[in-house]
Design a protein around this ligand. Structure first.
Ligand SMILES: Nc1ncnc2c1ncn2[C@@H]1O[C@H](COP(=O)(O)OP(=O)(O)O)[C@@H](O)[C@H]1O
Ligand SMILES: [Mg+2]
Length: 348
């Protein structure tokens, strides 16, 4: 099943999360800074999944870890329920916020204590946050297992005895244990077999419905993001280049980089032969980047202006924003330009 205008998203416009001009620069020399995130803006509504997609190294995980306060931002704000999460002071406010925001990583193995059984791992958060009494603990863990489909046998096992899919279910259960509102899912299925990927994605979607969760779902793979997302943000070298609801992003793709990403998804329909766009040209360095379009060196539509000015993210239709000087050009024209200007492989 794909997420569209499902019950979870319909009629909910209130932003749970607002990210405002978020930047994270890493110092990499005397005067050099690597611009891992460079002025990112987006919102996540209640009960919604925002997919964040882009190639490796474009800054997706940095967005996730800064939002989780695992590392400080260089500048910018993240608001949850209107509250600036970076200015939270005091231990009780901090703990309360930690309960509401959780993260799931690609492989939870490294964060699951190898010496503890699954039941003790799942009980840990309840003990730390004192959200139930000792007497209620067993029953609370049981309830969590029912919701996430963890069997009684699994509870007695150690992390190394589980396969990747089951370990990820434990990672998800642990993230859910404190009843969060928002979860960053950072490539949660990228290390799993395709058949297991579908199970985990379905579980996440099911839990979203049941628990009114909001997700930032990070992946380098647009075909994975497509299934779970209501809206999608495409990221390139530290910046969002296009953001729209899923249907619009696929039907009215405007940024050349998004077009290239879409063209790489294998199509099942053999009648519709698709030209796969193979990007040429150098990826510019994220260290002290010039204030120009960062995609210009690989773009088949680039004009002198692209090497002179950075295109800001601008709205081309309600809810659809694109950072391209030529965002107004029709998609067909862009696709034609793509097949003329680049090596195109026929996918059959
Ligand atoms: N701690 C760090 N110090 C220096 N550079 C970093 C650090 N963490 C990430 N980076 C750099 O920031 C950029 C974005 O990384 P990351 O967010 O991990 O990308 P993605 O998750 O999209 O693959 C990369 O160029 C990466 O090398
Ligand atoms: Mg990453």
């Amino acid at each position: 099943m794909e997420q569209g205008n499902t019950k979870a998203a319909a009629g909910r416009t209130e932003h749970l999360i607002e990210v405002k001009d978020l930047k994270k620069y890493f110092k990499v020399g005397d005067k050099s800074f690597l611009h891992a995130i460079d002025g990112v803006n987006f919102t996540v509504n209640r009960g919604e999944t925002l997919g964040l997609v882009g190639e490796s190294g474009c800054g997706k995980s940095t967005v996730g870890t800064v939002m989780m306060r695992l590392q400080p931002p260089t500048s910018g704000q993240v608001l949850m329920n209107g509250e600036d999460i970076f200015s939270v002071k005091g231990r009780s406010e901090d703990l309360a916020l930690r309960k509401r925001m959780q993260i799931i990583f690609q492989d939870p193995y490294s964060s699951l204590n190898p010496k503890k059984r699954i039941k003790d791992i799942l009980a840990e958060a309840y003990k730390i946050h004192k959200t139930c009494t000792r007497g209620q603990l067993e029953q609370t863990v049981e309830q969590l297992c029912q919701v996430t489909g963890i069997s009684t046998d699994m509870l007695l096992q150690y992390p190394h005895e589980l396969d990747g899919g089951k370990r990820q279910v434990v990672g998800i259960a642990r993230a859910l244990s404190l009843n969060p509102a928002f979860i960053v899912c950072d490539e949660p299925v990228s290390a799993l077999d395709v058949s297991v990927q579908a199970k985990i994605i379905n579980l996440l979607m099911d839990l979203q419905e049941k628990m009114d969760l909001s997700y930032l779902f990070i992946s380098h793979d647009l075909s994975v993001v497509k299934h779970i997302s209501h809206r999608i943000a495409v990221m390139y070298l530290g910046q969002i280049v296009e953001i729209a609801d899923k249907e619009t992003l696929f039907a009215d793709t405007r940024h050349p980089y998004s077009i290239a990403l879409l063209s790489a998804i294998p199509k099942v329909d053999v009648e519709r032969k698709v030209q796969r766009i193979v990007l040429k040209g150098d990826v510019p360095s994220p260290i002290n980047p010039k204030p120009v379009c960062r995609f210009a060196s690989r773009c088949w539509m680039s004009q002198p202006v692209c090497f002179e000015q950075a295109p800001g993210l601008r709205q081309v239709a309600p809810g659809h924003c694109v950072a391209c000087h030529f965002a107004g050009e029709s998609r067909e024209r862009m696709k034609t330009a793509a097949t003329v200007g680049l090596d195109a492989e026929k996918l059959e």
